[in-house]
Design a protein around this ligand. Sequence first.
Ligand code: GLC
Length: 426
Amino acid sequence: MNSGKVRWFEEARFGMFVHWGVYSLIGRGEWVRSNEQLSDADYQPYVEQFDPQSFDAEKIASLAAEAGMKYVVFTARHHDGFCLFDTKTTDYQSVQYTGRDYVREMLEAVRRHGLKAGLYYSLIDWHHDDYPHYGDRIHPQRNDPAWRGYEHHFENYLAFMHEQVRELCTNYGKLDILWLDYSYDDMTGEKWRGRELVRMIRSLQPDIILNNRLEGSGEGLGSLILGHPTEMAGDFVSPEQIIPPQGVTDENGRHVPWEACVTMNNHWGYYEEDHYFKPADMLIRKLVECVSKNGNLILNIGPDGNGCIPEESVFILKEIGAWMKHSGESVIGCGGVPIRKPEYGRITGNGKTLYYHVMEGMIGGIPLIGLKKEQIGRITLLKNGRPLPVSETWITGNYPDIVFTDLGEDPRLPDTADTVIRVERK
Ligand code: GLC
């Protein structure tokens, strides 16, 4: 893993995942074909109906930028096999059906907003005849006797998949992230001809960073966390729907770049009935938690079948953006610090500057743990730059080893989600 490659990634800290495709029309998530064992024939009417007039890459990219996100990862092809990009390998693709290359639209919009451009690409393909069907763990036709004994030529599928990846790495300009997904059972590593795939990707896109899912998934993290990662290990691990309790280190205790991928509700692809959206204040705190553990957060939106972004997602991302506008400095470009977690919140840092994230009001002052008075240059409320004092009243006199500051007479936190105190060290 080349640390130089991931430097921008570990400074960016906050990304947007966009899960969108034909499955969005059905409105029961991106796994609907597998969950409901829909055959190709069952799915084809949706493929033909797919004509998302409201899909607006510019709107998505500007929402990501406004939310303070620094990169976007867009689904070029999900497990259903339907390509949202122009490919010579198959007609099962958007240009054939709607005349539009959504990957191109998305990447151009993302770059217009100065964001880094990533693509999600599924190693799995439930449409291709030469991908294992009957008896596979997750294929929609895993129990379909019509596919029992079918002679799949998996090497044909691999040639097809590798060619599509080559097209994406050749025809769409500089890609910053390729988010491959995912390995399971014996479908892992060299079964994908992973070494050859990685060499091709890196020869076409020398600065690209890859996740770990040629060898893993949300469950297994692959060889990147062993002391001797393989060529297929990728550059970061991708814990899914969880923030690692202690961050991620390899067997030698060395930091491993990681990105927690999290949905806003409980589904990646649009799910009409799922209104269980995480509130903005929670997501702000989860972003801070990731950064305080030296990791990234990629937060997902799932536009519907017509391309509209769910209103809840828009509202929440704008709220996060409002916080990022005044306090984003405390996460972007930051990481964890070797100070224990304070009881009221978390601490992030960037060089000599520390950010104390106060998520719970304190009585008697806010302990700036890990600091000695003589180390302190300036203390300010990040939100508006208001200078804050080192409080030296009788109240804190019993705790001479702890430096306290306070936010003034109002017991309510200036920002209930996360009030950030910026401490510049001498
Ligand atoms: C899992 C899901 C896949 C989703 C991915 C996002 O691999 O199977 O549907 O795209 O997580 O992290």
